[in-house]
Each structure stands twice: as C-alpha cells, then as structure tokens.
Design a protein around this ligand. Structure first.
Ligand code: FEO
Length: 394
C-alpha cells in the first residue's frame, strides 16, 4: 500500500508494520510502527530516501512498482540501522544502476552490517548537495540521533526535511500526515524517551540547525509526516530543556507486601504535599510508559525488597535502563526492606552512576515497616518537597 504523495513527485513508499510489538527485542510498540521511505522523482534523476526493515522488503519493492518507478539512481541512507537500511540490498538488486549515497561513517557501518559492494556507494559530506535536475538534495550530518552516523536530507526547492529516526514516532497509522497532534505527541514522547533522551545535548544543536533551515514539512522515517512541524519542534525543545517538573517516579517491586506498604505510604505522603506521583509496579508495567514519565520528572525513588543480598532483579534492570536513558532527574532515593541483610541500596545507587543526581537519605527497613519506619518515609517526603521548592517547582 502506498500512503500517498507528499508533494508532486514526492511519494511515501514505505511500509506500515501494524503488528510489530517489540523493537530491538527491548522496546514495546503498543501502536505498531512504520518504516517510511520517500521516492523523489527529479527531472533527471530519481532518489529513494531510506528503505525499510528487511522483513518488509517485498512490500517496499511492490510500492515502488505501484508508483511507476522504472529506475532509481540514488538510495539515500540517512541511518545505518537495519529498520531503514535492511532493504537496501534488495533495492540495489532490483535497480542495478542505483548507488547508495551517504556519509563516510554510515557507509562504513553499512559495509559492516549489509556486506554491500564498495563500488555501490557515493560518499557525501556535511552540506554537500546532489542534483536530481529540478530538485536538489542537501545532506546535513547530524550525529547521535541516535547512532554516530545519522544525517538528515533536505529537499531545497520543496523545503522538506527528511530526518529518519529524529522527530519520528512508532505509530502505525493510515494517515500520511499528522491528523491528531495529541495522539502523535504521546507516541513521539514515548519514542523520545526510549531512544533519543540520552542525546539531549546533540538534539539541542540539531534543533538550532533545523530552525535555520525553516522546513515547511518534516518527513521522518517512523510515523506520520509533519505538515506543520512547529508542534513537534516545540515539544522537543521542552523535552531537552533543563526544566523539570514536580513529579516523583517510583519504580518498585514487592514480594510479600513490606515494600508495597512503604511505597503506598510514600505515595500518600507525597500526594498530600501536592507532588505528582507516578508509581510503576515493575512486574506489570510497560517500560515505555515508565520511560515517558522520566522525561521531565525531578525525582526517582527506587523501591525494592532484598533478594539474595541485593535488589530484586527487575528493579536492578530498570535502574540500568534509567542509567542508560540519562533523564534530567535531580534527586534520587531508595526504599527497601530486607530479612537478614544485604546491599540493596549500594547496588541500586551503583547501577545509576551516570546520573548527575543528589541522593536523598534512603529508607531501609528490616521486615514489615513499623511506625518509626513510616515516619522516616514522611521525612523523605518532606525532604523531597523541600528540594522541589528549592528548584521553584513546588
Ligand atoms: Fe528507526 Fe535507529 O532506527
């Protein structure tokens, strides 16, 4: 199915993956995804911007046939990850005259990942252009969104920016363009949280470059096309800003109810102080929703029982994820119960060593929490409120 023509002679020929529910064997995809590819027919040459996941290569080729392509001169590779590059070998086989156009880093990665012949590549640098006749492509090297080789392609005459992963979202939809900004905002925030959040510094620079270009349309390679890109650019500016919110995220596991009692007490104390609380029972939660909650939260409190002298493995797993996602958290604490001893607090704090956070006194309880233990949780809630007030968010 071809989703349609963005502008005259510019087609979205990519593939919708309605059923995919997991990406990288890690990231949940509640709404499926799409692998967008864009065919640009110039007066002299034809270019295809990105391809598709290799599982969908036949559908991509069928879509190219449907829009009446008898030749492709250039396959632009904005990103080497296989959900966009995996169908390149099949495209090169079908269109023997086609060359892969990309930057040096991406070329080298594609050589490693896809084992393509070196002579099928044309290497381009930042700012270089490629003429299709009446249309000109400009390449903008934009590293670390989210691999080191990523770049954008700008179609100058139509002012369309092809950003591949950047600004996209995992959303399978029959709409070529964004129709429901609220729906896309949520999907894009999830995508940002899971994939882009560790690269805030790079993203700020890329947003400035995009502002200078002032594109009319932004066409990512996941999710619908932005005909009015203002809203997604504004959302990204907010997400990568230094501002945090009066929010405490509590990832937790409880085995026999002690940790749960502490979590529930802390939740009530925080709510009583006007603080927004987002608890996640890690035996049930969707990690994408948890990641979204971390985009602007000021504080995280990990809560775990002690298992074999350390944290419950599900809590340690999430601590590792939080460490890798590098949210802009300011404060961290740990709530834990134990039977006969352990290093739960030390191991959780050790697992988030990349975070630049202030650690607030953990609350560690032997067995089921007693009155004095609950008072310590009240004190933790008081401290969190005080710290949020110092930031001016409470
Ligand atoms: Fe959509 Fe980084 O691949």
């Amino acid at each position: 199915m071809v989703l349609g023509e963005i502008e005259r002679d510019i087609y979205q020929v990519g593939v919708i993956d309605w059923d995919r529910r997991l990406f990288d064997e890690l990231i949940p995809l509640p709404d499926g995804t799409s692998y967008n590819a864009y065919l640009i027919k110039g007066s002299n040459k034809v270019a295809l911007v990105d391809t598709a996941d290799p599982t969908k290569e036949e559908e991509l080729i069928t879509n190219l046939e449907k829009v009446g392509v008898d030749k492709i001169n250039y396959v632009i590779a904005n990103h080497a990850e296989q959900d966009h590059s995996g169908a390149i070998p099949r495209v090169l086989e079908t269109y023997p005259e086609a060359k892969v156009v990309t930057n040096k880093k991406c070329r080298n990665m594609l050589l490693d990942l896809l084992r393509l012949p070196e002579e099928r590549f044309i290497e381009v640098g930042d700012g270089e252009t490629l003429s299709l006749g009446n249309k000109t492509l400009r390449f903008i090297v934009a590293p670390w969104v989210h691999w080191p080789e990523t770049m954008f392609t700008y179609l100058e005459e139509d002012r369309i920016l092809f950003t591949c992963d950047f600004l996209g979202c995992h959303l399978a939809t029959s709409s070529l363009f964004v129709e429901d900004e609220t729906e896309v905002y949520q999907a894009a925030k999830r995508y940002y949280a899971e994939i882009m959040m560790p690269f805030k510094t790079f993203i700020r620079k890329h947003l400035s470059k995009i502002d200078e270009l002032n594109p009319r349309i932004i066409a990512p390679s996941h999710g619908p096309v932005y005909r009015d890109p203002g809203f997604i650019l504004e959302a990204y500016r907010e997400w990568v800003s230094d501002t945090v919110s009066n929010v405490v995220v509590i990832p937790y596991v409880s085995m026999h109810g002690s940790t749960e009692k502490m979590v529930n007490h802390l939740i009530e104390a925080l709510i009583g102080k006007g603080i927004t609380v987002k608890p996640f029972n890690l035996t049930k939660t969707d990690i994408g929703t948890l990641a979204m909650s971390l985009v602007d939260a000021a504080t995280v409190v990990f809560a775990s029982p002690t298992v074999l002298v350390g944290p419950h493995p599900a809590v340690l797993y999430v601590a590792h994820l939080v460490n890798a996602l590098k949210p802009k958290l300011r404060f961290l604490s740990v709530v834990s119960s134990y039977g006969w001893g352990g290093k739960t607090v030390e191991q959780i704090i050790g697992a988030v060593s990349s975070l630049k956070v202030e650690t607030l006194s953990p609350v560690v309880v032997r067995g089921h929490p007693k009155k004095g233990d609950l008072e310590k949780l009240d004190n933790l809630a008081d401290t969190i409120l005080e710290k949020h007030k110092e930031l001016g968010i409470a």
